[in-house]
Ligand binder design. Sequence first.
Ligand code: HEM
Length: 208
Amino acid sequence: MDLAFLLIDLFFAGSETTTSTLTWLLYYLATHPRVQDKLQAEIDLVLPEGQQATLDDKPRLPYTEAVFHETLRKSALLPIGLQHVAEKDTTVGGHFIPKGAVLNGAIFTIHHDTRYWDNPDEFLPERWLNDEGKFVTKKEGFLAFGIGKRQCLGESLARMELLVFTTTLLQRLSFASPQGKTLNLHQDTQNPFVHLPLVQDILVSVRA
Ligand code: HEM
């Protein structure tokens, strides 16, 4: 029975998360055409003629990495992470936490905290690049996959999926808001524990 629940956990944790992150990414590209142009230019240069991305290509795709991180930061898919229980009395940052207390992370809040991010409500992949255009990992203020012993088990798989799907899609397609419409970038409020994108139409065109 334990094995069955573990498999169900993996299935849900592994499918909805990457699908929704990819959807957020396409919504952000559709509403930020300049970002999409830059992303496609980088992908076309590094992966010409529809070449498929591998992990080895990552260092040559800094803007792509920046777009992924900015998507993960802004969307904050699991806004309060998963629940954890304190196994013993402890103190963190001067706060006493009794054994048995249920704790959540404040992932969305941290991802929008001006102590870590300038203009946090804006979608700005450039914030992840240094002056030479190289990708810089910002550990502090970025908790999309949680932290510590119980951090996301599927992080590497999710990153790989994002890389392959995004580069393959952007090699062939472009995304935009349907004519005369503005995409709604607010989350679906029906599920406060997962920051899901709203289901809506998006204009997809085949690249020349
Ligand atoms: C973009 C995609 C994903 C995001 C943003 C994400 C995010 C997270 C977060 C925030 C946690 C909670 C960590 C904590 O409590 O500190 C978590 C846990 C977990 N994730 Fe993911 N995840 C993603 C994809 C995946 C995939 C693809 C898999 C599996 C194939 C997966 C499996 C798990 C599992 C099993 C846990 C629980 C780990 C534990 O409690 O020890 N996730 N994830």
